[in-house]
Design a binder for this molecule. Structure first.
Ligand code: IMP
Length: 194
């Protein structure tokens, strides 16, 4: 069974291949010849994930899933959310995004936030199926740690006292939003009879 994961990120692909096992031949966008960035113009994570999966299915005729993630801060009404990658404008810049978020949170007592990942799967003629993963935590007042990417240095997951950027990749994957969504997808896919 061939399946595409609509990403150019080799790290995400490797992680997924390990989870899905050998029965599924998982291909990334580069491997199917889709070299362009697929636009993400939706107003929700689910819309963006579905748009990416549908683009691949319609243009390349291959079963596909795609993910989209956002950081949702309670005191900021759930923003940056779907706009997390470009919170501080174009071109996307993680350092500027973190700086802007910390600035917007200056003096704010409620530091509660969550990362949320939505995966949209398009298989054959079936309607889209969605898988969600959430991790709740707190926004720090200053960055800490060098690992990971994005907002990792300013996010402390619940029940921890270190940021995502102070964890090993394995430790983060075991509790992360993406890890949880991917685990649900992997369970579903490995139950299918191809
Ligand atoms: P994407 O949908 O995986 O591309 O994520 C969109 C944006 O959310 C990224 O550009 C990052 O700013 C942020 N983000 C997603 N996942 C993570 C994470 O695991 N840690 C920190 N930031 C993340």
């Amino acid at each position: 069974m061939q399946l595409c994961f609509a990403t150019h990120n080799e790290h995400k692909l490797k992680e997924l291949r390990e989870l899905l096992g050998a029965t599924i031949e998982l291909k990334g966008l580069t491997q199917i010849g889709c070299l362009q960035e697929i636009p993400e113009n939706g107003s929700t994570l689910a819309q963006n994930a579905l748009a990416k999966a549908a683009y691949v299915k319609n243009n390349f005729g291959i079963n596909c899933f795609a993910d989209d993630t956002g950081l949702e801060v309670e005191a900021l009404d759930g923003t940056p959310g779907v706009f997390s990658a470009r919170y501080a404008g174009e071109p996307a810049d993680s350092i500027k995004n973190m700086e802007l978020l910390l600035q917007n949170m200056m003096g704010v007592a409620n530091r509660k936030a969550r990362f949320r990942t939505v995966i949209a799967l398009l298989l054959g003629e079936q309607p889209p199926r969605y898988f969600e993963g959430v991790v709740t935590g707190l926004i720090t007042t200053r960055p800490a740690g060098k690992a990971g990417f994005g907002y990792d240095p300013i996010f402390i997951p619940d029940n921890y006292n270190i940021t995502f950027a102070q964890m090993s990749p394995t430790e983060k994957n075991n509790i992360s939003h993406r890890g949880k969504a991917v685990a649900k997808l992997a369970t579903y896919l490995t139950q299918q009879t191809w």
